[in-house]
Design a binder for this molecule. Structure first.
Ligand code: XMP
Length: 323
């Protein structure tokens, strides 16, 4: 009968049959899907004697605290997978200067991501295949359905367009799987529970959690607040009960008081939702003491924030991200 262990072997054989002795390039996002796809492909090809797979991780400066280091440790040190890390923070920050419209942010980040990825692919001599962690719901969602909204609410960026531009074929070993199955496959491949249980993180990263202009300074402030919030959530044992939890840095300053001083700093909003697929979502009902603890720590520990609010909006009518 069907087991994930058997599925893993079947998929590895399929990957070998598809790829032959071709070269594969895989863009890592730090998320579960692209990681599981990369590790599976690595396992399938690693005995060929040559490194057929190269992973590329673009650090656009819009990542969470320590995210890049975690990816480096996991792929290079633990799995011994050839990994190129591109430090593209300055490029992305200068391109985002003055951009406040959410869709313009997404479009720029998506396009620039492809530019960076393409440059790196050329540097390693190109590849025959592009590996992606496409899941079954992504396959269905890209097909338009009747009754759904006829307008684009948010244009999600992916590496669409790249395979044609670079003349690469796609390797998508997770196309038949749902998220929970990908997590199980990840565990089967040796990823720990903490990694496979990570909350989804959008491609445009922190840029869509900083309404208004995105700067390195504001990213740094948000990274700190977000890390404190997630630390409290993990300590309270609530991480796995939540679909996504994150902080948002608002372009609004308010007056506060710290000791004998007046402060005039930014507002930070906290968001946490439960969901099964991200299409609809309910607000996570933290108790007041928990939120008070988060607010106190963030205001005390993060310079630049002097007020914290909690977002009580479900989806619909709100969306999960603020932009
Ligand atoms: P919304 O905000 O539309 O989000 O309720 C639904 C899910 O999609 C994620 N999201 C994105 N993911 N690129 C992505 O890769 C994007 O531009 C993007 N916008 C939203 C969001 O984090 C949530 O999981």
């Amino acid at each position: 009968d069907w087991t994930m262990a058997a599925y893993r072997e079947t998929k590895k054989a399929e990957i070998r049959a598809q790829v032959g002795d071709g070269k594969v390039i895989c863009g890592l996002s730090g998320g579960v899907d692209s990681s599981v796809a990369a590790i599976l492909i690595h396992e399938a090809l690693k005995d060929s004697g040559t490194d057929q797979l190269t992973c590329v991780f673009v650090d656009h400066g819009l990542l969470r605290l320590n995210e890049r280091e975690q990816v480096e440790t996991l792929f290079r040190d633990h799995y011994n997978i050839p990994l190129v890390v591109v430090d593209a923070e300055e490029r992305f920050m200068s391109g985002l200067a003055g951009v406040t419209d959410p869709e313009k942010k997404r479009k720029f980040i998506g396009a620039e991501f492809i530019n960076v990825f393409e440059e790196e692919a050329k540097k390693i001599g190109g590849a025959d295949f592009l590996a992606q962690g496409t899941l079954y719901p992504d396959v269905i969602e890209s097909v338009s359905f009747t009754g759904g909204p006829s307008v684009t609410i948010k244009s999600h960026h992916n590496v669409g367009g790249l395979p044609e531009r670079m003349n690469m074929k796609l390797v998508e070993p997770l196309r038949e799987l749902f998220k929970d199955e990908v997590r199980e496959l990840g565990r089967e491949l040796g990823l720990n529970d903490q990694f496979v249980g990570r909350h989804p993180f959008p491609g445009p990263g922190l840029a869509i959690r900083i309404p208004g202009e995105v700067t390195k300074e504001r990213c740094d402030i948000l990274r700190k607040a977000d890390a404190i919030y997630l630390d409290e959530i993990r300590k309270a044992g609530l991480y796995d009960a939540i679909w996504q939890a994150f902080a948002v840095l608002l372009p609004v300053k308010t007056v506060g008081v710290m000791g004998d001083y007046r402060t005039y700093d930014s507002v930070c909003a906290l968001r946490a939702v439960t969901s099964t697929d991200g299409m609809t979502a309910d607000v996570y009902p933290f108790d007041a003491a928990f939120l008070t603890q988060c607010a106190t720590r963030i205001v005390n520990e993060v310079q630049g924030v002097n007020r914290v609010v909690y977002d009580y909006t479900s989806k619909p009518p709100g969306t999960i991200e603020w932009e």
